[in-house]
Design a protein around this ligand. Structure first.
Ligand code: ACO
Length: 355
């Protein structure tokens, strides 16, 4: 049984904010941002746009592409949406605090009335966790065949725009993939263990690594608003709930877990980096990727980076990159691609996929 990606999509807000524009508002410069992060611009959603709007738009593009490319028998995206059994949304900027799940709103927008819907709040690791969750849920029930996995963020809403250490890093956007289960049930090993399906040329999701180090929960967080620190009646609130980050601690964690996750997947799969066509990392900071590449002695060109255009879009960064590659021919049938990322929690992981 395999779980393959049969459609990809993305939704990027039109408004593009360059480093120069930011430098006109806060004490920063294009030179500092580029040299410390590789970021040149970010896209910012308008005031009326929430995570479900971008997420549904990206998912619709994924459905349309699957129809266009003849990957499904259905003739329209709306018909295909009716065949989706599960919607998993990774987001750290859900439409509403606590509930309802943003995935339910996406389900409604798409008319995907037959789909179960759930959110995953692993921040930047949300898409990697989401792919594995969706694939596992497709595999455990013969009635489930198709799932949408979406990463969608409006991070501009939870950024303190006066904090230059932080606000220059983030952007808004969404990416989505449509997964389809093919083949029969079998007694094969679960995707996360056992040696090397990459050797067989088998397509789809071949392997996933997931991990967390909860001791670092405080390094990347939104402190106010939950049951630990609720807003209190009568309290005068003069700031938005905003991302707080220990940049150095997150940087060190990121380089370590990206390096270890890539090594682990290559080792378990008994392949080398040369066997991979591409590595698609979470786009948080180009320097993190460069440091991991150096440690692993993998050429930087093997890593796909689009952070210059979009900045860090958290759970959306990997599916946005996958969609760009899928549409541009950077990923073709048979390409072997590895995703790898990290995020609040602290969490990390990676997926190995034969396109
Ligand atoms: N413009 C100009 N100067 C700046 C800016 C800015 N935007 N930001 C910081 N500086 C200054 C600082 O004030 C400091 O000046 P000082 O020495 O006079 O105090 C100097 O630049 C160096 O600051 P550092 O914080 O040491 O810069 P560093 O090189 O470590 O880069 C960064 C900071 C980019 C945040 C880095 O630590 C990093 O990328 N960390 C990981 C971030 C990350 O990946 N987060 C994931 C979030 S995703 C999620 O799950 C939501």
């Amino acid at each position: 049984m395999t779980v393959e990606i049969i459609g990809t999509g993305r939704a990027i807000p039109l408004r593009r904010v360059t480093n120069e524009e930011l430098a006109g508002k806060i004490d920063t410069s294009d030179g500092w941002i580029r040299s410390h992060t590789g970021i040149g611009s970010r896209h910012i959603a308008d005031d009326d746009t929430a995570a479900s709007d971008l997420g549904a738009a990206a998912a619709l593009e994924a459905l349309k592409l699957a129809v266009e490319r003849g990957a499904a028998a259905e003739k329209t995206a709306a018909e295909l949406a009716l065949t989706v059994d599960l919607i998993v949304v990774g987001s750290t900027t859900q439409d509403f605090f606590g509930h309802p799940a943003t995935a339910c709103i996406v389900q409604h927008k798409l008319g995907a009335v037959n789909a179960a819907a759930m959110d995953i709040t692993q921040a930047c690791s949300g898409f990697i966790y989401g792919i594995e969750t969706a694939a596992a849920l497709l595999k455990t029930d013969p009635r489930r065949r198709r799932a949408l996995v979406i990463g969608t963020e409006v991070l501009s809403r939870i950024v303190n725009w006066e904090d230059r250490r932080n606000c220059v890093l983030f952007g808004d956007g969404a990416g989505a993939v449509l997964l389809e289960k093919t083949g029969e049930d079998s007694a094969e090993a679960p995707v996360s263990s056992g040696p090397g399906p990459a050797h067989t040329g088998r397509r789809g999701l071949l392997r996933t690594v997931l991990g967390a180090d909860g001791s670092g929960w405080e390094y990347l967080m939104i402190r106010r608003g939950g049951s630990r620190n609720p807003w209190k009646k009568g309290e005068i609130v003069d700031t938005v709930p905003a991302i707080e980050m220990n940049g150095h601690a997150v940087y060190n964690f990121a380089v370590k877990v990206i390096t270890e996750t890539i090594e682990k997947m290559l080792k378990e799969e008994r392949i080398s980096a040369a066997d991979l066509d591409l590595i698609v990392p979470h786009q948080a900071n180009a320097r993190i990727v460069q440091a991991a590449a150096k440690r692993l002695k993998i050429p930087e060109e093997k890593f796909y980076l689009n952070i210059e255009e979009y900045a860090n879009t958290s759970s959306a960064s990997i599916p946005i990159a996958l969609d760009e590659l899928n549409r541009s021919g950077g990923l073709r049938r048979g390409s072997l691609v590895m995703t790898v990322g990290f995020g609040a929690g602290l969490t990390y992981g990676g997926n190995l996929i034969r396109w």
